[in-house]
Design a protein around this ligand. Structure first.
Ligand code: C5P
Length: 316
Protein backbone atom coordinates (compact mmCIF):
# COMPACT_ATOMS: atom_id res chain seq x y z
CA UNK A 1 0.00 0.00 0.00
CA UNK A 2 1.66 3.23 -1.16
CA UNK A 3 0.59 6.73 -0.15
CA UNK A 4 1.81 10.04 -1.57
CA UNK A 5 1.89 12.98 0.84
CA UNK A 6 2.72 16.67 0.29
CA UNK A 7 4.98 19.16 2.07
CA UNK A 8 3.42 22.37 3.36
CA UNK A 9 4.08 26.07 3.51
CA UNK A 10 2.57 28.47 6.03
CA UNK A 11 1.32 31.55 4.15
CA UNK A 12 0.73 33.14 7.56
CA UNK A 13 2.25 31.87 10.79
CA UNK A 14 1.17 33.93 13.80
CA UNK A 15 2.61 32.61 17.06
CA UNK A 16 1.24 33.37 20.53
CA UNK A 17 3.08 33.17 23.85
CA UNK A 18 4.38 29.82 25.12
CA UNK A 19 1.74 27.63 26.78
CA UNK A 20 2.18 25.63 29.97
CA UNK A 21 2.72 22.45 27.88
CA UNK A 22 5.65 24.04 25.99
CA UNK A 23 3.70 24.51 22.74
CA UNK A 24 2.54 27.84 21.33
CA UNK A 25 -0.97 28.71 20.21
CA UNK A 26 -0.93 29.46 16.52
CA UNK A 27 -3.05 30.96 13.84
CA UNK A 28 -1.69 29.73 10.55
CA UNK A 29 -2.69 29.42 6.91
CA UNK A 30 -1.40 26.06 5.69
CA UNK A 31 -0.84 25.48 1.97
CA UNK A 32 0.03 22.02 0.60
CA UNK A 33 2.61 22.04 -2.21
CA UNK A 34 3.65 19.61 -4.94
CA UNK A 35 6.73 18.26 -3.20
CA UNK A 36 5.85 14.72 -2.15
CA UNK A 37 7.20 11.87 -0.06
CA UNK A 38 5.98 8.33 -0.79
CA UNK A 39 5.31 5.93 2.05
CA UNK A 40 4.75 2.20 1.49
CA UNK A 41 3.43 -0.10 4.20
CA UNK A 42 3.58 -3.91 3.99
CA UNK A 43 2.78 -6.64 6.53
CA UNK A 44 5.94 -7.81 8.35
CA UNK A 45 7.09 -9.84 11.36
CA UNK A 46 7.82 -6.70 13.42
CA UNK A 47 7.43 -2.96 12.97
CA UNK A 48 10.43 -1.47 11.17
CA UNK A 49 11.22 1.42 8.85
CA UNK A 50 13.54 1.93 5.87
CA UNK A 51 14.22 5.46 4.63
CA UNK A 52 15.61 6.32 1.18
CA UNK A 53 16.14 9.55 -0.77
CA UNK A 54 16.71 13.18 0.28
CA UNK A 55 18.33 13.37 3.74
CA UNK A 56 17.49 9.71 4.50
CA UNK A 57 20.49 9.30 6.83
CA UNK A 58 19.10 12.03 9.12
CA UNK A 59 15.71 10.37 9.66
CA UNK A 60 15.52 8.11 12.74
CA UNK A 61 14.97 4.50 11.65
CA UNK A 62 13.87 3.25 15.07
CA UNK A 63 10.78 3.68 17.27
CA UNK A 64 11.45 7.48 17.33
CA UNK A 65 10.45 7.61 13.67
CA UNK A 66 7.24 9.66 13.44
CA UNK A 67 5.62 7.15 11.06
CA UNK A 68 6.18 4.28 13.49
CA UNK A 69 4.94 6.46 16.35
CA UNK A 70 1.79 7.28 14.38
CA UNK A 71 1.24 3.58 13.61
CA UNK A 72 1.64 2.72 17.32
CA UNK A 73 -0.89 5.42 18.20
CA UNK A 74 -3.31 4.04 15.57
CA UNK A 75 -2.84 0.49 16.85
CA UNK A 76 -3.48 1.64 20.44
CA UNK A 77 -6.70 3.36 19.33
CA UNK A 78 -7.80 0.18 17.52
CA UNK A 79 -6.97 -2.09 20.44
CA UNK A 80 -9.51 -0.11 22.46
CA UNK A 81 -12.05 -1.27 19.87
CA UNK A 82 -10.94 -4.90 20.25
CA UNK A 83 -9.13 -5.30 16.89
CA UNK A 84 -5.39 -5.98 16.89
CA UNK A 85 -3.73 -5.43 13.50
CA UNK A 86 -0.30 -6.90 12.73
CA UNK A 87 3.19 -5.47 12.35
CA UNK A 88 4.38 -3.58 9.28
CA UNK A 89 7.48 -2.63 7.32
CA UNK A 90 7.34 1.08 6.39
CA UNK A 91 9.42 2.30 3.45
CA UNK A 92 9.74 6.08 3.13
CA UNK A 93 11.00 7.54 -0.15
CA UNK A 94 11.92 11.10 0.77
CA UNK A 95 11.89 14.13 -1.48
CA UNK A 96 10.87 16.57 1.29
CA UNK A 97 14.12 17.67 2.97
CA UNK A 98 14.54 16.84 6.67
CA UNK A 99 14.28 19.62 9.33
CA UNK A 100 13.63 22.17 6.58
CA UNK A 101 10.39 23.79 7.83
CA UNK A 102 8.27 21.85 5.33
CA UNK A 103 6.72 19.35 7.80
CA UNK A 104 8.28 16.30 6.17
CA UNK A 105 8.17 14.22 9.37
CA UNK A 106 4.51 15.04 9.98
CA UNK A 107 3.80 14.26 6.32
CA UNK A 108 5.33 10.79 6.64
CA UNK A 109 3.32 10.14 9.81
CA UNK A 110 0.12 11.18 7.98
CA UNK A 111 0.95 8.91 5.04
CA UNK A 112 1.61 5.96 7.36
CA UNK A 113 -1.80 6.48 8.98
CA UNK A 114 -3.59 6.54 5.62
CA UNK A 115 -1.66 3.46 4.42
CA UNK A 116 -2.41 1.42 7.56
CA UNK A 117 -6.04 2.53 7.56
CA UNK A 118 -6.30 1.02 4.05
CA UNK A 119 -4.11 -2.03 4.65
CA UNK A 120 -6.04 -3.03 7.76
CA UNK A 121 -9.41 -1.94 6.26
CA UNK A 122 -9.93 0.01 9.46
CA UNK A 123 -12.38 2.52 8.00
CA UNK A 124 -11.42 5.44 10.24
CA UNK A 125 -12.38 8.88 8.88
CA UNK A 126 -9.80 11.51 7.99
CA UNK A 127 -10.89 13.41 11.10
CA UNK A 128 -10.31 10.35 13.34
CA UNK A 129 -6.88 9.80 11.75
CA UNK A 130 -6.15 13.51 12.27
CA UNK A 131 -6.92 13.28 15.99
CA UNK A 132 -4.58 10.27 16.32
CA UNK A 133 -1.90 11.97 14.18
CA UNK A 134 -2.00 15.19 16.21
CA UNK A 135 -0.59 13.23 19.17
CA UNK A 136 2.68 12.69 17.25
CA UNK A 137 3.03 16.03 15.38
CA UNK A 138 1.27 19.38 15.09
CA UNK A 139 1.21 19.29 11.26
CA UNK A 140 -0.04 15.70 10.75
CA UNK A 141 -3.72 16.65 10.58
CA UNK A 142 -3.01 19.17 7.82
CA UNK A 143 -0.92 16.68 5.81
CA UNK A 144 -4.05 14.46 5.76
CA UNK A 145 -6.32 17.32 4.68
CA UNK A 146 -4.14 19.20 2.14
CA UNK A 147 -5.31 22.18 0.10
CA UNK A 148 -5.23 25.55 1.84
CA UNK A 149 -6.57 25.65 5.39
CA UNK A 150 -6.55 27.78 8.52
CA UNK A 151 -4.94 26.04 11.51
CA UNK A 152 -5.45 26.98 15.14
CA UNK A 153 -4.44 25.57 18.51
CA UNK A 154 -1.07 23.86 17.94
CA UNK A 155 -2.00 23.86 14.25
CA UNK A 156 -4.15 20.74 14.44
CA UNK A 157 -7.57 22.46 14.52
CA UNK A 158 -8.30 22.96 10.83
CA UNK A 159 -10.81 24.82 8.70
CA UNK A 160 -10.47 24.51 4.91
CA UNK A 161 -10.07 27.94 3.27
CA UNK A 162 -12.71 28.80 0.71
CA UNK A 163 -10.72 29.95 -2.29
CA UNK A 164 -11.04 29.78 -6.07
CA UNK A 165 -9.12 27.07 -7.91
CA UNK A 166 -6.05 29.29 -8.38
CA UNK A 167 -2.71 27.52 -8.78
CA UNK A 168 0.18 29.35 -7.12
CA UNK A 169 3.71 28.87 -8.42
CA UNK A 170 6.52 28.76 -5.88
CA UNK A 171 10.26 28.46 -5.90
CA UNK A 172 11.82 26.81 -2.87
CA UNK A 173 15.41 27.59 -1.92
CA UNK A 174 16.84 24.74 0.17
CA UNK A 175 19.51 25.82 2.62
CA UNK A 176 22.85 24.22 3.30
CA UNK A 177 21.91 23.18 6.84
CA UNK A 178 18.99 22.52 9.13
CA UNK A 179 17.10 24.20 11.95
CA UNK A 180 15.55 22.54 14.98
CA UNK A 181 11.90 23.56 15.35
CA UNK A 182 12.00 23.72 19.21
CA UNK A 183 15.17 25.88 19.00
CA UNK A 184 13.47 28.33 16.62
CA UNK A 185 10.40 28.66 18.88
CA UNK A 186 12.66 29.13 21.92
CA UNK A 187 14.64 31.82 20.07
CA UNK A 188 11.40 33.63 19.20
CA UNK A 189 10.43 33.60 22.90
CA UNK A 190 13.87 34.98 23.82
CA UNK A 191 13.77 37.71 21.13
CA UNK A 192 10.31 38.74 22.28
CA UNK A 193 11.35 38.82 25.94
CA UNK A 194 14.41 40.93 25.08
CA UNK A 195 12.32 43.45 23.13
CA UNK A 196 9.36 43.54 25.52
CA UNK A 197 8.27 47.12 26.20
CA UNK A 198 7.37 47.87 29.80
CA UNK A 199 3.75 48.93 30.10
CA UNK A 200 3.33 52.68 30.74
CA UNK A 201 1.10 52.27 33.79
CA UNK A 202 1.37 49.86 36.71
CA UNK A 203 1.90 46.35 35.37
CA UNK A 204 -1.27 44.30 35.40
CA UNK A 205 -0.28 40.70 36.07
CA UNK A 206 -3.61 39.59 34.61
CA UNK A 207 -2.73 40.90 31.17
CA UNK A 208 -1.11 38.51 28.70
CA UNK A 209 2.40 39.49 27.62
CA UNK A 210 1.37 39.21 23.97
CA UNK A 211 -1.93 39.62 22.16
CA UNK A 212 -3.52 36.39 20.94
CA UNK A 213 -2.49 35.63 17.36
CA UNK A 214 -5.02 36.73 14.78
CA UNK A 215 -5.91 35.55 11.27
CA UNK A 216 -4.75 38.06 8.61
CA UNK A 217 -8.01 39.06 6.94
CA UNK A 218 -6.10 40.79 4.11
CA UNK A 219 -4.35 37.51 3.27
CA UNK A 220 -7.65 35.63 3.32
CA UNK A 221 -9.21 38.25 1.04
CA UNK A 222 -6.19 38.03 -1.30
CA UNK A 223 -6.59 34.22 -1.42
CA UNK A 224 -10.31 34.59 -2.19
CA UNK A 225 -9.45 36.96 -5.06
CA UNK A 226 -6.89 34.50 -6.46
CA UNK A 227 -4.52 37.42 -7.11
CA UNK A 228 -0.94 36.19 -6.63
CA UNK A 229 0.44 39.74 -6.36
CA UNK A 230 -1.82 40.48 -3.39
CA UNK A 231 -1.07 37.10 -1.80
CA UNK A 232 2.66 37.78 -2.21
CA UNK A 233 2.34 41.06 -0.31
CA UNK A 234 0.61 39.42 2.67
CA UNK A 235 2.94 36.44 3.33
CA UNK A 236 4.05 36.55 6.98
CA UNK A 237 5.84 34.34 9.46
CA UNK A 238 6.41 35.27 13.12
CA UNK A 239 9.16 32.62 13.28
CA UNK A 240 11.17 34.31 10.52
CA UNK A 241 13.24 36.70 12.72
CA UNK A 242 14.16 33.75 14.97
CA UNK A 243 15.09 31.53 12.01
CA UNK A 244 17.18 34.33 10.47
CA UNK A 245 18.95 35.04 13.75
CA UNK A 246 19.93 31.35 14.01
CA UNK A 247 20.76 31.10 10.29
CA UNK A 248 21.88 34.60 9.16
CA UNK A 249 22.57 33.48 5.56
CA UNK A 250 18.79 33.34 5.03
CA UNK A 251 18.66 37.14 4.97
CA UNK A 252 20.71 37.12 1.75
CA UNK A 253 18.57 34.38 0.21
CA UNK A 254 15.32 36.25 0.93
CA UNK A 255 16.69 39.55 -0.43
CA UNK A 256 18.04 37.86 -3.56
CA UNK A 257 14.67 36.26 -4.36
CA UNK A 258 12.83 39.56 -3.99
CA UNK A 259 15.42 41.40 -6.11
CA UNK A 260 15.02 38.71 -8.77
CA UNK A 261 11.31 39.47 -9.05
CA UNK A 262 9.46 37.26 -6.56
CA UNK A 263 6.00 38.60 -5.61
CA UNK A 264 6.69 37.68 -2.00
CA UNK A 265 9.19 35.75 0.08
CA UNK A 266 9.23 34.06 3.44
CA UNK A 267 10.96 31.44 5.53
CA UNK A 268 8.99 28.18 5.38
CA UNK A 269 7.69 27.33 8.88
CA UNK A 270 10.65 27.16 11.24
CA UNK A 271 13.08 27.19 8.27
CA UNK A 272 15.67 27.13 6.89
CA UNK A 273 13.93 26.63 3.51
CA UNK A 274 12.87 29.93 1.86
CA UNK A 275 9.77 30.11 -0.34
CA UNK A 276 9.21 32.63 -3.14
CA UNK A 277 5.91 33.25 -4.89
CA UNK A 278 6.07 33.80 -8.66
CA UNK A 279 3.42 35.32 -10.94
CA UNK A 280 3.14 32.19 -13.11
CA UNK A 281 4.96 29.00 -14.12
CA UNK A 282 7.24 30.83 -16.56
CA UNK A 283 8.32 33.42 -13.99
CA UNK A 284 8.91 30.62 -11.50
CA UNK A 285 11.27 28.93 -13.95
CA UNK A 286 13.19 32.20 -14.51
CA UNK A 287 13.38 32.82 -10.79
CA UNK A 288 14.57 29.27 -10.09
CA UNK A 289 17.35 29.59 -12.68
CA UNK A 290 18.49 33.01 -11.40
CA UNK A 291 18.34 31.97 -7.75
CA UNK A 292 20.43 28.89 -8.31
CA UNK A 293 22.92 31.03 -10.26
CA UNK A 294 23.09 33.58 -7.42
CA UNK A 295 24.71 31.02 -5.10
CA UNK A 296 22.47 31.89 -2.13
CA UNK A 297 21.21 28.36 -1.41
CA UNK A 298 22.10 24.67 -1.73
CA UNK A 299 19.49 23.94 -4.42
CA UNK A 300 16.14 25.12 -5.71
CA UNK A 301 12.85 23.42 -6.62
CA UNK A 302 9.75 24.63 -8.43
CA UNK A 303 6.47 23.55 -6.87
CA UNK A 304 2.84 24.59 -7.05
CA UNK A 305 -0.07 24.59 -4.66
CA UNK A 306 -2.54 23.91 -3.36
CA UNK A 307 -2.48 20.10 -3.79
CA UNK A 308 -4.56 17.40 -2.03
CA UNK A 309 -3.45 15.78 1.22
CA UNK A 310 -2.14 12.23 1.75
CA UNK A 311 -3.70 9.86 -0.79
CA UNK A 312 -3.32 6.19 -1.73
CA UNK A 313 -1.29 5.76 -4.92
CA UNK A 314 -1.37 2.02 -5.31
CA UNK A 315 -2.51 -1.02 -3.39
CA UNK A 316 -0.23 -4.00 -3.10
O1 C5P B 1 4.37 19.11 17.08
P1 C5P B 1 5.75 19.06 16.54
O2 C5P B 1 6.49 17.82 16.92
O3 C5P B 1 5.81 19.34 15.07
O4 C5P B 1 6.50 20.26 17.22
C1 C5P B 1 7.90 20.32 17.33
C2 C5P B 1 8.27 21.36 18.37
O5 C5P B 1 7.93 22.66 17.87
C3 C5P B 1 7.56 21.24 19.69
O6 C5P B 1 8.25 20.37 20.54
C4 C5P B 1 7.59 22.69 20.20
O7 C5P B 1 8.85 22.99 20.75
C5 C5P B 1 7.46 23.50 18.92
N1 C5P B 1 6.06 23.88 18.64
C6 C5P B 1 5.46 24.86 19.43
N2 C5P B 1 4.17 25.24 19.17
C7 C5P B 1 3.47 24.67 18.15
C8 C5P B 1 4.06 23.67 17.34
C9 C5P B 1 5.37 23.31 17.62
O8 C5P B 1 6.08 25.40 20.34
N3 C5P B 1 2.22 25.06 17.93
Amino acid sequence: MTVRVPAKLNLQLAVGPPRADGYHDLVTVFHAISLFDQVTVEPAGRDRVTVTGEGADRVPADQDNLSLRAISALRAALEDRGTGPGSVHVTIAKRIPVAAGLAGGSADAAAALVACNELWATGLSQQQLGAIGATVGSDVAFALLGGTAVGRGRGEQLTPALAPATRYHWVLAFADGQLSTPAVYATLDRLRAAHAVEPAGPADPGLPALPEPDLDSALMSALRSGDATRVGQRLSNDLQPAAVSLFPALRKTLTAGLELGALGALVAGSGPTCAFLAANAERALELAVSLSGAGVCRSVARVSGPVPGAAVLAAG
